[in-house]
Design a protein around this ligand. Structure first.
Ligand SMILES: *Cc1c(COP(=O)(O)O)cnc(C)c1O
Length: 469
């Protein structure tokens, strides 16, 4: 398996470099040169198999000769056995043909653990093999940071630096990042929004001297390895619900377009996915792009689903690449226009191609909180605000006739990660699982930095060099 860059100016690359580098050297995103494919029989055989074994076989389609089958199996068994539910990604029924896929039973209570935990194992193995040390940097809107820190805190070959927007993540999210207390974990609170953090990370990668000096690597959802690992639960859900292979829709709460693109990748690999629904909160650039062709960031509005308070959805470039039939020259032109004008317009052809696989919905804050309440009254279960955004989309698009047949809503976080919003909607405060009872007693470790690349660069140089002495 080789990888190409969406911008077309980087050499063909193997999985190992894709894993370690994150972004391609030409500024593009790595994509598999060809989609691996799975037969209906292979997919049907996943019903009843263990999540870890399915993960090892699917991820193995993307990793080339970097790991042996046995190694992948061992890594997958090790990480997915840490999940608090033995089924790893359980499905629950919420009415006729309507299901919720619970993706929050990992160590940091959000779906990002699915990919990040196995990436931690991959990094440790590959870096040990080459006796290398990396500084892994991530911008987080709340959940990526905790997932990355938990996955990498025991890696002896990695320093992990996480930038979060100060005051824009919940207390539980922040404490999961700042209370870990390991010398290789560095939290930076940036005086800005998530998009500012992400822009700073991009600038740090572009600063060749700096990035070589600290050996910078990335685990944001632009890292293909993450998307490869996230395709797995689309397969397990499908195999459980559709023994005869009839189409299943997936509704995905979306920020950076990573998770929903993993669903698209699964479809490209032969999975019988019907519609993929892009569900956004009030930060609705993707919904606007899909409905009117207008991809213009509008400034970030803080919402109760902060992990989706994003305007520039990095992975959208991957979809554009596909709908442009992988024409990198045309894509480069489009991205250059976006860089200079801070806006781009999708052509009629692009919109039509996207509409074949995707639908979209934007939920207001009022609708989101209303759905948490409604869901609680109807089922007795609490859902987090990200899941609620997606449930709004599922309910409304079914009523509009856009969705029919079996539909799975991805539940991306445990409600206790967002207790304020859940309590506001229902009057009930969701308790944290017992394992996390010490979270509010532990000491926090975080450095503050101004909203600019030089402030962050000096913090990293100081902290990472100190940690290595
Ligand atoms: C990150 C996140 C999302 C959005 O996922 P993307 O891959 O960025 O689209 C949704 N819900 C939760 C809880 C998240 O942490």
């Amino acid at each position: 398996m080789k990888y190409v860059s969406t911008r077309g100016l980087a050499p063909l690359t193997g999985f190992e470099d894709v894993l370690l580098a994150g972004l391609a050297p030409d500024g593009g995103l790595y994509m598999p040169q060809h989609w691996p494919s799975m037969t209906k029989e292979q997919i049907a055989s996943f019903a009843g198999a263990s999540y870890a074994d399915i993960a090892a076989s699917i991820i193995g389609l993307f990793t080339g000769d970097t790991f042996s089958d046995a190694q992948l199996k061992e890594m997958a068994q090790k990480v997915y056995s840490r999940f608090s539910d033995a089924r790893v990604a359980p499905l629950t029924s919420v009415g006729d043909e309507d299901y919720i896929l619970e993706l929050y039973h990992g160590p940091t209570l959000a779906f990002k653990d699915f990919a990040m935990q196995i990436l931690g194992q991959m990094f440790d193995d590959v870096l040990a093999r080459h006796d290398r040390r990396l500084t892994i940097i991530a911008a987080t809107s709340g959940d990526t940071g905790a997932a990355a820190i938990d996955a990498l805190k025991n890696c002896s070959h990695v320093d992990v630096v996480v930038l979060h927007p100060e005051g824009r993540v919940t207390d539980v999210q922040r404490r999961m990042m700042t209370t870990v207390g390991r010398p290789n974990v560095h939290n930076i609170a940036v005086n800005g929004a998530f998009d500012d953090c992400q822009a700073i990370v991009k600038q740090l990668f572009a600063d060749r001297e700096f990035s070589e000096r600290v050996c910078l690597g990335g685990v944001n959802s632009i890292n293909w390895a993450r998307l490869a690992a996230q395709t797995v639960y689309y397969f397990t859900a499908f195999a459980a619900l559709s023994p005869n292979g009839e189409a299943v829709n997936f509704v995905v709460p979306t920020g950076n377009f990573g998770d929903v693109f993993a669903g698209f990748a699964a479809k490209k690999m032969g999975l019988g996915v019907g519609k993929l629904v892009v569900a956004t909160n009030a930060n609705d650039i993707l919904h606007r792009a899909l409905t009117s062709g207008d991809y213009t960031p509008a400034g970030v509005t803080p919402t109760t689903s902060p992990s989706m308070d994003i305007q520039v959805a990095s992975n959208f470039e991957r979809l554009l690449f596909e709908v442009m039939d992988r024409d990198s020259t045309q894509l480069r032109e489009k991205m250059a226009i976006f860089a200079s004008e801070k806006s781009m317009t999708l052509t009629a052809h692009e919109r039509r191609a996207i509409a074949e696989d995707f639908a979209s919905f934007a939920a207001s804050e009022e609708q989101t909180l209303g759905e948490i309440k409604h869901h609680y009254e109807k089922t007795g279960a609490l859902i987090d605000p990200h899941t609620a955004v997606a449930r709004c989309a599922a309910v409304n698009l079914r009523a509009q006739g856009v969705l029919s047949g079996k539909t799975v809503t991805l539940s991306t976080a445990h409600p206790a990660k967002f207790p304020e919003a859940v309590e506001q909607a229902t009057g009930v405060s969701p308790p944290l699982p017992e394992d996390y009872s010490a979270l509010f007693d532990l000491e926090e470790h975080v450095v503050r930095a101004g909203n600019n690349v030089s402030a962050v660069r000096s913090v990293i140089l100081e902290r990472v060099t100190a940690a290595r002495q």
